[in-house]
Design a protein around this ligand. Structure first.
Ligand code: UN1
Length: 505
């Protein structure tokens, strides 16, 4: 497989996926983190273009909400087909644009396909309840209705899958979608939109503007957030971003679905299967170069197994293959940019000053010289749960702390502002159940004997506290994309009032 010519390859893939060449000129340079080379210059949208996109989406919604849900599912099914056909090409573009290793680039597209399949099934299962009523000859039920325009703001690290979680559900639920992707990953967004348009052409009759993408920066995001026609803003990114978005949407009584930062932990107990633990920790902490919101960032290891696990972990950190993510065997690709590297350096410096033992963390030579940022993942042994360990640094840093007492380990798991993902490694049923219980982990994702990252799409995805509280993807997350109407129907000839109230005129 070629390890050169990222710009040429990206251009070829974009053309094959149907992105018109004129979309790729006239804007700021978009670069690959693999080498730092420019891939294209996609033109950004201005305020008027976003205004028009929301207008088209609003008009599309008025048509789409009347299309029967299983028929809406057909469009999503066709989109899933396009994704299957173009999995290799789009996965490759994810690698080129976000720097993910090949199998993770493909995995990201698979996650899109999976959520399309899920949404297609869902399109025949948007169930409401029938509820017992206290009045004779009455029927009470709830029905779920489409919301309107859904604004999707997505992050660079899952440049297309997280949009697909939102869009696939939003569409089968009868909504229109407007997408503002990360400024760092515009090309995969344009390619995804082109595939969506192919599916819409095969479908025939999808209203124009049903799903669109607008490229731009913070101001464009703010405009999307503030527009009263956008019924739901689903935003994935930093807690700082969510802190800005949430109140703005709330102030106009819009809905928001926030999927923000995580500072995810795992607890290792004496009975843990250490081979399995090692592999799970390695993937969760070093995979995607530590740039998943579910990345394992803190590890609490029981003293009885500490001196067995840690040398093996240090060895894994010292030997993991880092480099060009297109190369076979490489497991850790580049950080997204120099800012990510600086943030990592700052966190490690603070840890060192606080007396931590740091292995790894140094810059590693990559294919692109100074313009790309490859690092050895850092294993940071700390004596105290403090300092940078309490913060989410979007880079591969794993803080390790010895902790014997399970209650204390659970308290530490919960002692950060975020509440996304967590795990325990144990073969002790009582410990596992305690971690899963109401007194256990306070996160949205609580696992046993698998790491905190790499969730399947069938479960509801998201977390508590500063993670934002939203749930996307599986289970009943679809309800966030609909409004519930409670309907009471009187099929009798009298008018009995609830609670026995009399009002005889
Ligand atoms: C994210 O990092 O924003 O569970 C999403 C996981 C992936 C999704 C991560 N399925 O790690």
């Amino acid at each position: 497989m070629t390890t050169e010519g990222a710009p040429a390859e990206a251009r070829a893939v974009l053309a094959a996926l149907g992105v018109p060449a004129e979309r790729l000129v006239g804007g700021p340079a978009s670069r690959t983190p693999i080498t730092g080379e420019k891939l294209a210059e996609p033109r950004l949208a201005d305020a008027a273009e976003l205004e028009a996109a929301i207008g088209r989406a609003s008009a599309a919604f008025e048509i789409w909400r009347d299309v029967p849900a299983p028929r809406r599912g057909e469009l999503v099914r066709l989109f899933g087909e396009e994704l299957r056909r173009s999995k290799a090409a789009l996965g490759r573009l994810v690698t080129l644009e976000a720097g993910k290793i090949v199998s993770e680039g493909l995995g990201e597209v698979q996650e899109m396909i999976d959520v399309c399949d899920f949404a297609v099934g869902l399109s025949r299962q948007l169930y409401g309840l029938t509820i017992a009523t206290e009045r004779p000859d009455h029927r009470m039920m709830e029905t779920w209705r489409p919301l309107g325009v859904v604004g999707v703001i997505s992050a660079f690290n899952f440049p297309v899958a997280v949009w697909a979680w939102n869009a696939a559900l939003a569409l089968v639920c009868g909504n229109a979608a407007v997408w503002k992707p990360s400024e760092k990953t515009p090309l995969t967004a344009l390619a995804t939109q082109a595939l969506f348009e192919r599916a819409a052409a095969v479908f025939g009759g999808a209203p124009e503007g049903l799903s669109s993408v607008v490229l731009g920066g913070r101001e464009l995001g703010e405009q999307l957030v503030d527009d009263a026609r956008v019924a739901l803003v689903s935003a994935t990114g930093s807690t700082a971003m969510g802190r800005a978005v949430g109140p703005r949407v709330a102030s106009r009584f819009g809905r928001s679905l926030l999927e923000l930062g995580g500072n995810n932990a795992a607890i290792v107990r004496p009975s843990a299967d250490l081979d399995l633990t090692l592999r799970a920790v390695a993937f969760s902490a070093m995979g995607t170069a530590g740039q998943r919101c579910t990345t394992l960032r803190r590890l609490f290891v029981h003293g009885e197994v500490y001196d067995n696990l840690l040398p093996r972990l240090r060895q894994a950190y010292a030997s993991v293959a880092i480099g060009d993510p297109r190369e076979q065997g490489v497991l850790v690709g580049p950080l997204i940019d120099g800012d990510a590297f600086s943030a990592m350096e700052r966190a490690l410096e603070r840890a060192r000053l606080a007396g931590a033992t740091v292995s790894g963390g140094e810059r590693v030579e990559g294919p692109g010289g100074a313009e790309s940022f490859y690092v050895r993942p850092a294993l940071v042994e700390i004596a105290e749960h403090a300092g940078p360990a309490l913060e989410e640094t979007f880079a591969p840093i794993l803080y390790v702390l010895r902790c014997d007492d399970l209650d204390e380990a659970i308290a530490l798991n919960n002692a950060v502002p975020q509440g996304l993902a967590s795990a325990i490694f144990t073969n002790d049923l009582r410990e596992a159940e305690r971690f899963l219980s109401a007194r256990g982990s306070d996160c949205g994702i609580v696992n046993v004997n698998i790491g905190p990252s790499g969730a399947e799409i069938g479960g509801a995805f998201g977390g508590e506290k500063e993670t934002g509280g939203g749930r996307e993807s599986g289970s009943d997350s679809w309800k966030a994309y609909m409004r519930r109407a409670t309907n009471t129907v009187n099929y009798g000839a009298t008018l009995p009032l609830a609670q026995g109230v009399r009002f005889d005129i």
